[in-house]
Every structure is written in C-alpha cells, then in structure tokens.
Write a protein that binds this ligand. Structure first.
Ligand code: SAM
Ligand code: SF4
Length: 377
C-alpha cells in the first residue's frame, strides 16, 4: 500500500473529490501532515471518521521502520531504515551554522556503479516511491520535534544512496511536496539535487521551472580519468555532459556546483587541477567546486588524498579564480561514507557466525587506520 506522503497536494485534492468530499479537507490534511507533523491518521482531530477511515484503508502513514540510529560527536545523525520489502536505506541529519540539513536516499542500490562508492556496489533493486523519500524528511522532522523542539529541517540534499535522475518522476514529486508553501515550505534554493551526469535528464531538469540547485559529480577533468572511476562517463562523456550543463545554465541562469572527490593518485595531481581550470574557465561566474576529501570504504582500495595535495589542488583553482571550497566533513567517527552504514549492516547480517577471512581482517584494519588518520587530520 502507498504512503500518504506519496500524494502531491493536487493528488490529495483529486482523491477527496473522488470520495465526494470538499477541496478544503485536502488542505486540512496537508496541514496536519506538513505543519503539525502528525504521525498517525488518528491525530487529525478535525477530520471526520468517514474521511479518515477510507484514508487509512488506502494509505499507510510512514513506510519506514527504524533499525539503527548513530550519532557522531558533531551531532551528525545517521538513520538506517527498513522498508516494507525489508530493503534498507540510509538518511543523514547534519547540523550547520546556517541550519539543519537532511541527506535523502532515492533508490535501493544504484546501477551507475561508480568504483569509489559503497552505494554503487549493490545494483539497483528498485526506485523509492515518492512517499518513501518524503517520509525520510518527515521522520527526521518528528525526531527533531521530539528531541529539539523548534528545530526545523531547513535544507535538503538529494545525495544519499541512488541516482536521483534515474528515478526522475518520483524525485520531482518529492521536490514539489517538500517545497509546497502550504506545507514544509523548504525553499527551492535550500534544496540540492546531485547527479552523476545523466545528460538528457539535466536538460529535462532545466525545463522544470523550479529553482532547486543542481550539483554534478564530476570527480575528474578528462574522459580517461573519469571513465576509469565512473562508467557513466562512457555513456555521457565530458563533452556531452558539459553541453547539457551549458544548456541548463542558459535556460535557468543558475549556478552549477561540481563535486570533486579527492582520491589519492587518481584525480588529485596539479595537472588534474589545471585541466579542471581549463574546463571551467568559460563558466567561472556560474560554477562552484566542492572539493571533497574521499571517505574510505571497506569494499575498495581507494585512499583519500593527502592534506598537502588537497591544499595544492585548492590553491591552483583559487589562483585561477575558480569558486571553490574544501567541503567540511560530517560524522567522521560514524560510518560516514554514503551507503556504508547499510553495507556494514547487511554484511554483518550475512556473516553472522562465520569467521572472518584473512582478507576481510586486513581490509577492516586498513579502514580503521584510514579513519583514524581522517579523524586526526
Ligand atoms: C552518493 S552520491 C548520490 C547522488 C548521485 N548519485 C551522484 O552521484 O551525484 C552523492 C555524492 O557522494 C559522493 N560519494 C560517493 N562515495 C563517496 C565516498 N566514499 N567519499 C566521498 N564522497 C562520496 C558521490 O560521488 C556524489 O558526489
Ligand atoms: S556516486 Fe552516485 S551514481 Fe555513483 S554509484 Fe554512488 S550513488 Fe550511484
């Protein structure tokens, strides 16, 4: 059964009309959901039983069951949820000087399969429904209501497990619901959708008429390096990706953020930095680069660039007037890399009772060492 959070305002109105009810009932329910943040139909005290009954027969409330909550020293909190089909997803709550953001998951697994990413290890099982994405925000808003009354989710990043543009319609509905001014009213400019670079969807997104920010996971300035870590680059090479980005900028007049993970010996040399400068030169005022220190994951041997190499790379970009920042890390003392909490949890479940192999012990100690370095740096 679908979640009530799957419905846009229009869907809810259509449903009311189909029940022979008045439009304003849909507005009342919307207010209960997104202004009062109720967690059940019974709490909607001004809605008559003759409406609540069919509502609860046709829709579930939250489709999420909490499995694990991990809180880091900097208050970053990771939630592992179980869905009705026992699939596990992750959602992260982060605290910033400008507010509170939530990172949402959009798919179970991911077919893009980037080599460095824990989420891409598991092929896509299915797309999340709109309601399953909205429910992540509402769960965390209720968690905040309970633990820190008055604190509101102010920003959303669509950067959890999955490729949002491979679940396009559900993600667009999610954006409309959280942005609705009669509901949560999270400003479009406070929402960022990150894509690995599905060029045709970037063009489609440009035409949606919403002010949501676009981030592109670039991670390399040339096709050879990018294809070696992101197989999506073979389908949409840099020339095609940038043609779509230019079109996006032309239509929306909005700035694009480029995410660039710093991976030791892969994409972090001064030569890579110079190539990145050349690539971004024509769009200096309309682009922004986030340099992200790589978060080591157990399943591969990539390592984070040294602080020195990150600083050198940053300097080259800055000297060439590329807007750039080294992204602040969140929750380094918990399973911070996207998809890690879920993959650790599922591995432990599979391996219960089985002794670890030498290779697994080596990998785990390697990861612990890298994490320690990350926390100390
Ligand atoms: C998990 S992805 C989800 C959104 C979308 N699929 C994408 O690739 O942009 C969000 C961001 O996390 C980055 N990422 C993935 N694994 C990472 C890791 N181990 N350390 C740091 N960033 C990572 C991705 O490259 C991407 O920029
Ligand atoms: S980085 Fe994004 S696109 Fe690549 S595997 Fe991870 S979630 Fe999928």
């Amino acid at each position: 059964m679908k979640s009530i959070y799957s419905l846009t305002q229009e869907d809810l109105k259509d449903w009311m009309i189909a029940q022979g009810e008045k439009n304003y009932r849909a507005d009342q329910i919307w207010q209960w959901l997104y202004r009062q943040h109720v967690g059940s139909f019974e709490e909607m005290t001004n809605i008559p039983k003759k409406i609540l009954q069919p509502l609860s027969e046709n829709f579930v409330f939250s489709p999420l069951k909490t499995e694990i909550v991990q809180r880091a020293q900097d208050k970053t909190t990771k939630f592992l949820f179980e869905l009705h089909d026992h699939a596990m997803i992750e959602t992260v709550l982060m605290y910033h000087h400008y507010g509170v953001s939530v990172c949402v998951t959009t798919q179970i697994g991911c077919n893009i399969g980037c080599k460095f990413c824990a989420s891409g290890l598991i092929p896509k099982v299915r797309d999340l429904e709109t309601g399953e994405i909205v429910a992540q925000i509402m769960f965390i808003q209720r968690y905040l209501d309970q633990h820190e009354p008055g604190t509101k989710v102010s920003h959303i990043v669509v950067m959890g497990i999955g490729e949002p543009f491979d679940n396009y319609e559900n993600v667009m509905n999610f954006l409309r619901i959280v942005n609705s001014d009669k509901g949560l009213a999270i400003g479009a400019r406070h929402i960022t959708v990150s894509t690995s670079g599905l060029a045709p969807k970037i063009r489609q997104f440009a035409r949606e008429g919403i002010q949501v920010n676009l981030a592109v996971s670039l991670h390399a300035p040339n096709n050879e390096t990018r294809s070696s870590i992101m197989k999506i680059n073979r389908e949409y090479p840099i020339e095609e990706l940038f043609a779509a980005i230019y079109e996006y900028i032309e239509i929306t007049n909005r700035r694009v953020t480029f995410e660039y993970i710093m991976i030791d010996g892969v994409n972090d040399t001064p030569q890579h930095a110079k190539e990145l400068v050349a690539l971004l030169k024509p769009m200096l005022k309309l682009s922004y680069v986030n340099l992200i220190p790589y978060n080591p994951v157990l399943e591969n041997s990539f390592e984070r660039s040294s602080a020195e190499n990150i600083a050198k790379f940053f300097d080259i970009l800055m000297k060439n007037k590329v807007n750039c920042v080294v992204r602040k890390e969140h929750g380094t003392d918990i399973e911070a890399a996207c998809g890690q909490l879920r993959s650790q949890y599922e591995r432990k479940k599979r391996e219960k009772g089985r002794p670890r192999t030498k290779e697994e012990i080596r990998q785990a100690s390697n990861l612990r060492r890298q994490r320690k370095q990350v926390q100390q740096s």
